[in-house]
Design a protein around this ligand. Structure first.
Ligand code: RIB
Length: 299
C-alpha cells in the first residue's frame, strides 16, 4: 500500500439545505440541518484511504466534543490520527455550509485549531512517517504547508490543492510537484484572464511537474511532465457538490502513486468526484475504490 500524509484542516460541517443560497442581508426559510465531519484535509485523507492508500492525518483539533467526533470519523476510515494534536487554546474548526437544490454551496469557515498547527510538529511527523506523498490544501497556514513541503524533510511527491484560494505567499513553488486548482483559483494565481489550458501551462512551469485545472461539469485540463491532458466530466445527477474537489484530490494522488500514470489517475480522481456529487455531505460522500472503478467502467 502506498503511503500519503495529508497535512490539513479538520472541520465540523454544519450543513443547512435551503431552496436557494441567501444573498447579503437575506434570510431563507424552510431549511434542513445536518452535522457532518469535514474539512478539506480530513476529507482528502478519507478519500485517499477509501481509494486504497495508507493515510496519516497531520493537523489539529480542539479539546471539545467536535474534536473527539472528528477524530473518531478519521479512525473509522482507517486514517492514522497519531499526528493530530489536540489544543486547549481554541475550538475545533467549524464550517457553516448552505447547499441549494442544485447542489451548489457557500461556505463560511472558522478555522479555530486549524490555524494553530505547529510547524515543528509537522516537520517531526513528516520526518517520522517518510510518506510517498504529501497532500496539502489552504485551510491551514502557509508556513505549515511550507514546512511540510520542505525538501529537507522528505523526498515525497508534493501535491498542493490551492483551495480556498489566496495568493501563495510563503510557499516555494519549486517545492511543489503538482498543483490542483479550479478555474477561478487559476485566474487569481496568474493574475490575468487566461484559457484553462494556458493557465495550466503557465502554472505548471512554476512547479516541478505540473498543474491540473478542474472545470466542474466541463471536466479538466492539465499539463503534467510536459504533456497536455484534456478530459471531459462524468455525467451524473448532482445533489451536493460539497467535497467533490476533495474526493478528486485524495483519489487522484492515491491512484497516481499506484500506477504512475497521470492520465489514468486523473480519470480515477474525476470518477471519485463524480460519485461524491451524487451524495450528501462532504466526508460522508467520499467513495471507495470499487465504486469509483464501477463508474469508470460504465462511462
Ligand atoms: O471542501 C469541502 C470542505 O470545505 C467542507 O468539508 C468544509 O469543512 C470546508 O472546509
Amino acid at each position: 500500500m502506498n503511503s500519503i500524509a495529508v497535512v490539513g484542516s479538520i472541520n465540523l460541517d454544519i450543513v443547512i439545505r435551503v431552496p436557494r443560497i441567501p444573498q447579503v442581508g437575506e434570510t431563507i426559510h424552510h431549511g434542513t440541518i445536518a452535522h457532518h465531519p469535514g474539512g478539506k484535509g480530513a476529507n482528502q485523507a478519507v478519500a485517499a484511504s477509501l481509494a486504497g492508500a495508507e493515510v496519516s492525518m497531520i493537523g489539529s483539533v480542539g479539546m471539545d466534543t467536535a474534536g473527539s467526533e472528528l477524530l473518531a470519523s478519521l479512525k473509522a476510515h482507517n486514517v492514522d490520527t497519531r499526528y493530530v494534536s489536540r489544543i486547549t487554546s481554541t475550538h475545533t474548526g467549524t464550517a457553516v455550509i448552505t447547499v441549494d437544490t442544485n447542489g451548489s454551496n457557500s461556505i463560511a469557515l472558522a478555522e479555530g485549531a486549524n490555524a494553530a498547527i505547529e510547524p515543528g510538529n509537522v516537520a517531526d511527523a513528516v520526518a517520522q512517517l517518510a510518506p510517498q506523498a504529501i497532500l496539502c490544501q489552504r485551510e491551514i497556514p502557509d508556513s505549515v504547508i511550507a514546512t511540510a513541503f520542505s525538501r529537507r524533510n522528505s523526498a515525497a511527491l508534493h501535491v498542493l490543492n490551492v483551495s480556498p484560494v489566496e495568493q501563495i505567499s510563503n510557499i516555494a513553488m519549486d517545492d511543489i510537484d503538482l498543483l490542483v486548482v479550479n478555474q477561478i483559483e487559476a485566474k487569481q494565481l496568474i493574475g490575468t484572464q487566461a484559457g484553462a489550458m494556458d493557465a495550466a501551462t503557465t502554472l505548471a512551469q512554476r512547479t516541478r511537474r505540473g498543474c491540473i485545472v478542474t472545470l466542474g461539469a466541463k471536466g479538466l485540463v492539465a499539463q503534467i511532465d510536459g504533456h497536455k491532458i484534456k478530459q471531459p466530466a462524468y455525467s451524473v445527477k448532482v445533489v451536493d457538490t460539497t467535497g467533490a474537489g476533495d474526493a478528486f484530490c485524495g483519489a487522484f494522488v492515491t491512484e497516481l502513486l499506484e500506477t504512475q500514470n497521470p492520465e489514468h489517475a486523473l480519470r480515477f480522481g474525476q470518477a471519485a468526484g463524480a460519485v461524491a456529487v451524487t451524495r450528501h455531505g462532504a466526508q460522508p460522500s467520499m467513495p471507495d475504490s470499487p465504486t469509483i472503478r464501477a463508474l469508470m467502467q460504465t462511462a
